[in-house]
Design a protein around this ligand. Sequence first.
Ligand SMILES: O=C(O)CCC(=O)C(=O)O
Length: 249
Amino acid sequence: MSEEAYNDLLHGNGYHLLKEVITPEQANAVRELALTRLDEGADQNGQIAIRNILPWGEMIHDLVTNPRLLSLAHRLLGHDATLAAVSARVLPPDCPQGGLHVDYPYWAMNPGLPVDPALMMQVIWMMEPFTEHNGGTWVAPGSQLWGGRPDEARFSEHAIQATGNAGDAVVSHGLLWHRTAVNHSDHPRVAILINYTQIAVRPMTTMGPFDDAFVENASDELRALLALDVEKALRRRALGHTQRAATAN
Ligand SMILES: O=C(O)CCC(=O)C(=O)O
């Protein structure tokens, strides 16, 4: 587990670039897959958002259960962290930039939002090199600590673009102020977005229903992320609380 990434998310820039998490070839295979599924997407102000891509199969399951991401998600959100969303974001050439925001569940909550413990970690998987030219995500370093609603003027004063290579992944605190960028290149830019949350947070999109074959074949990591055994996981939490309280008394 990268201690540096953990500290960056909570106390530093609010995001961290994990390099070479998968190979450029693996990233390109996911990119090609996404480009064959564009018809499942919704137009979001000129950008394409394809929600709940788990049914695309093993390539996506492998991204979601990647050990480097999971170990960070577990450290930040608890060993029983779950999946709130997994989607593809495609920026067509010359698309307009996206709206400035923080991520779910923070945008769905009333003010007084906790930075530590974090409620959510986002992953922006780069399925091709991200550059300032083709739409590297705009982020405001340290903004997870700013509190309040995202503010255009303050954001534009501090924002920089996250860049990296195919197969790299930017992990970020859910409170980081960010927005998608304009893609000035002549081919679509593809990201896979993952949101991991604490188990007590309701998923952002409906994940299931899962058929019997899916449930039988799901790895232990995927079962935990989808809270397929949620009552058991919550009982373990409750027991942990009781034991901690007994030790404290
Ligand atoms: O596709 C991107 O550049 C990042 C999008 C993103 O982080 C979001 O929409 O929350």
